[in-house]
Design a protein around this ligand. Structure first.
Ligand SMILES: Cc1ncc(COP(=O)(O)O)c(C=O)c1O
Length: 383
């Protein structure tokens, strides 16, 4: 057995079918979707088909979808786009949670620096926000509410429908970062009280550098990027045609296999947990995140007495890739803002490791991971 990749929440391997779609789109020749000639029209048709795929999966209209360059861009476009438009109506409140991805949190902080009134909701020890506290924070001056569907470090799911309902009652706009949840959870936008939804291709076995933003028809929105009239003048810039085409392919596969994907990830997660109990002992680690309201592909564990860095370095030496939190934090080794917001002890925060599962992972790998982790743990404890 070679290397083991358990960092799918950071980025996921491309599905071979998706890769084929990507290569086929690139190999089909040049074509700027804005050009009027046959090459351009062919490229435009590809994007139109990809948009139709998403419209059907998300149960929305194709005209409500904007292709972007990343999940981060989708989040920023939603927040700035909504906030700027809402400010013209006298609304300056932004409500979010302490466990959002930095693409949302730092965008909100920038809006605060620009004069918006920011409320960051706390979470409980499982990383879940209280619907009551969210309701209390939303009022007639709220411009945007941004709550993630599923957390990228713990997998904890948030009560987005209940909060969205309340936001709508108060004419505040609701944004949901579904970057981690999409592919495991289905989103029916005809029914969900959501105005903006962010997705990213590379978390669902698609290519890096492509995102999608849903903007409900009639929602006040000001574009982030100005230039050409691409994406109905809501996102300027020549489209990443091959990226978009293969993102749609990845989304279609994920949607068709939603249940199987969930069961597979859940099986790997349960195997890792069961085997760790067997090889290491249940008293040596603790699970961070909600026990029930959670995604299946993320397992955040704290190993008592072993720093995240030591565990990750030793795992890396054994050819196992995992993460200490969100990917962007793993380079800087900062304590996770998500686990800190859950008010876990500093020991639990500084010993946390995130394993995340997906395409290609096997039961054998799960077993091997548990064995390796138990060995590392025993070695480091005996030093
Ligand atoms: C919840 C969440 N939102 C947003 C992002 C950013 O997506 P991208 O990497 O496509 O910019 C990530 C990526 O880790 C994420 O997990």
């Amino acid at each position: 057995m070679g290397s083991i990749y358990f960092d799918h929440a950071a980025t996921s391997p491309m599905d071979p079918e998706v890769l084929n779609a990507y290569v086929e789109a690139v190999a089909s020749g040049p074509g700027n979707p804005s050009s009027l000639h046959a090459h351009g029209r062919a490229a435009r048709e590809r994007i139109t088909s990809a948009r139709d795929v998403f419209a059907s999966i998300l149960n929305c209209e194709a005209s409500e979808l904007i292709f972007t360059g990343s999940g981060t861009e989708s989040d920023n476009s939603a927040l700035f786009g909504a906030a700027m438009a809402q400010r013209k109506r006298g609304r300056i409140g932004i409500v979010t949670t302490a466990v959002e991805h930095h693409a949302v949190l730092n965008a909100c902080r920038q809006l605060e620096a620009d004069g918006f009134d920011l409320t960051v909701l706390r979470v409980d020890e499982f990383g879940r926000v209280s619907v009551e506290e969210a309701k209390a924070a939303i009022n007639e001056s709220t411009a945007v509410v941004s709550i993630m569907a599923g957390n990228n470090e713990t997998g904890t799911l948030q009560p987005i429908a209940e909060i969205g309902e309340w936001a709508r009652k108060h004419k505040a706009l609701m944004h949901v970062d579904a970057v981690q949840a999409f592919g495991y959870v289905s989103f029916n936008l005809k029914e969900l009280p959501i105005d903006f939804l962010s997705l990213s291709a590379h978390k669902i076995n698609g290519p890096q550098g492509v995102g999608l933003l849903y903007v409900r028809k009639g929602t006040p929105f000001q574009p982030l990027l100005h230039g050409g009239s691409q994406e109905r003048s809501r996102r300027a810039g020549t489209e990443n045609v091959a990226g978009i085409v293969s993102f749609a392919k990845a989304a279609q596969i994920a949607y068709d296999q939603l249940r199987a994907r969930w069961d597979h990830a859940e099986h790997i997660r349960a195997t890792v947990l069961g085997k760790l109990e067997q090889y290491l002992g249940a008293e040596r680690f603790v699970v961070n995140g909600h026990p029930d309201h959670r995604l299946p592909h993320i397992l955040n564990l704290s190993f008592s007495g072993i720093s995240s860095e030591s565990m990750l370095m030793n795992l890396d030496l054994e050819n196992v890739s995992a993460s200490g939190g969100s990917a962007c934090n793993s380079g800087s080794l900062k304590p996770s803002h998500v686990l800190s917001a859950m008010k876990l002890s500093s020991e639990r925060v500084s010993t946390a490791v995130r394993f995340s599962f997906g395409l290609g992972n096997t039961r054998e790998e799960a077993d091997k991971l548990a064995k390796i982790t138990a060995t590392i743990s025993a070695r480091l404890r005996n030093r």
